[in-house]
Design a protein around this ligand. Structure first.
Ligand SMILES: Cc1cc2nc3c(=O)[nH]c(=O)nc-3n(C[C@H](O)[C@H](O)[C@H](O)COP(=O)(O)O)c2cc1C
Ligand code: SF4
Length: 415
């Protein structure tokens, strides 16, 4: 059996969390009060000690990222919250923003203080219009309570948050494309380095963090780094919001210790495979993650354990497929998505994904040839490592892994 641990969903059973007085009554803003009594560098150190790793997909250590900002402040510093949540199979950030908007706002206010930011942005996917409105109302409430704006809690610290809505492009979840989009430009990734911590929004030092990452900050400051760390499992700190979808009895978002076993999450959190069918495959970390066969799911869901199994934790979006699922059709859906979302800047991604898409389309239409699977493998190898951002290789490698692991299904399509 596994047991839920509630750090991010600790207010989940309390209604009306979008009213600031309710949030405060339930312990909200204690983290900010404690933070403002410390110097900013102290908070960066506390977050480093917590071993918090970014929940946006790459798992970069959060405190370390913050420490990359220039020591000297000659320009404004910005904090950007990545609420694009575009990865297929991912629907956890919206749970935080919909149910507990002040958790994110408090997290951003503490982070803004720690990194000496002048202004914060929440870049939210365009489809989440009602959530954007909810956040705007919450920001207004926080300002009225002197918990945001000028001279917060009479500390001399000034910080404001603006909500910006995207226009539905997956690539705008990539942090530098996101910054371009905020600046009013076409959402295309920038060349890195320089990294946003040095040259970010409007050329100024900027920290980009995911919603879930920022929502962990109030807990760390209200309690301490050690308490947060111990919420996780032996090898991985804190809790994780796992979004489980597909052929399960109870799809949803569940908070468990980071590193909880995938098999147990499917069985106990999501109630097992629907209609007593057999499990066929699982994509563990959003569509970009390498697919696992049913006999490969004995894996702890943390960044390092997933890498050891040649897949990734990514966003923690777990997609479960039963025995009736056609993997070639899953591959087709996958390549359609990535081809459509390619920004087109680099040829291997733009042309390579389109070529794989065409080959798969032919295969599924019964017009494939014996060479097709080899060609996809070669294309995936060419795209891998030759693109400006990870989107191209994510699409190609995800599809290629489906072919390698479920080869007979694809071979049966060849004439
Ligand atoms: C194509 C692509 C899409 C991405 N989409 C998201 C997203 O929707 N949300 C997110 O937080 N990070 C996304 N990322 C990761 C961000 O670039 C960045 O690493 C993250 O926001 C950093 O936050 P963290 O350190 O808190 O994880 C995406 C990356 C790529 C390459
Ligand atoms: S890999 Fe694809 S999405 Fe990323 S920059 Fe290149 S063309 Fe654009």
């Amino acid at each position: 059996m596994i047991s839920e641990k509630k750090a991010l969903t600790r207010h989940a059973d309390v209604p009306g969390m979008d009213v600031i007085d309710h949030y405060i009554k339930d312990g909200g803003y204690q983290g900010l009060e404690k933070a403002l009594k410390r110097v900013p560098q102290d908070i960066v150190e506390e977050v480093k000690k917590s071993f918090l790793r970014g929940r946006g997909g790459a798992g970069f250590p959060t405190g370390l990222k913050w420490s990359f900002l220039p020591k000297e402040k000659t320009k404004p510093f910005y904090l950007v919250c990545n609420a694009d949540e575009g990865e297929p199979g991912t629907f956890k950030d919206r749970i935080i923003m919909e149910n507990d908007p002040f958790l994110l706002i408090e997290g951003m206010t503490i982070t803004g203080y720690a990194i000496r930011a002048d202004l914060g942005f929440i870049y939210i996917r365009g489809e989440f219009k009602w959530i954007a409105e909810k956040l705007e109302k919450a920001i207004e409430q926080a300002k009225k309570k002197n918990l945001l704006g000028k001279n917060i809690l009479n500390s001399n610290y000034c910080f404001d948050i603006k909500v910006m809505r995207g226009a539905g492009a997956y690539i705008c979840g990539e942090e530098t494309a996101l910054l371009e989009s905020i600046e009013g430009k076409r959402g295309e990734p920038r060349t890195k380095p320089p990294f946003p911590a040095n040259v970010g929004l409007y050329g100024c030092p900027t920290i980009v963090n995911n919603v879930e990452t920022l929502a962990c900050i109030p807990f760390i400051l209200q309690h301490d780094a050690e308490t947060f760390k111990l919420m996780g499992s032996f090898q991985a700190a804190g809790t994780k919001l796992y979004g489980i979808s597909g052929h399960v009895n109870k799809p949803g978002v569940y908070e468990y210790p980071m590193g909880t076993n995938l098999k147990d999450l499917i069985q106990y959190a999501a109630g097992g495979v629907k209609n007593s069918k057999k499990l066929k495959a699982v994509i563990p970390g959003g569509l970009s993650a390498t697919i696992l066969k049913a006999d490969e799911i004995d894996v702890n869901m943390d960044f390092d354990s997933c890498l050891k199994k040649d897949t990734m934790l990514g966003s923690g979006g777990i997609i479960v497929m039963d025995e009736d699922t056609s993997i070639p059709e899953v591959a087709m859906t996958t390549i359609n998505f990535f081809t459509h979302e390619s920004c087109g800047q680099c040829a291997p991604c733009r042309e390579g994904l389109a070529k794989i898409q065409q080959i798969l389309k032919n295969l599924l239409a019964g017009n494939g040839t014996a060479n097709d699977l080899k060609t996809i493998d070669e294309l995936a190898n060419i795209i891998n490592g030759s693109t400006l951002c990870p989107l191209g290789e994510a699409g190609a490698l995800a599809v290629n892994a489906m072919i390698q692991k479920f080869r007979p299904e694809f071979e049966s399509l060849v004439n």
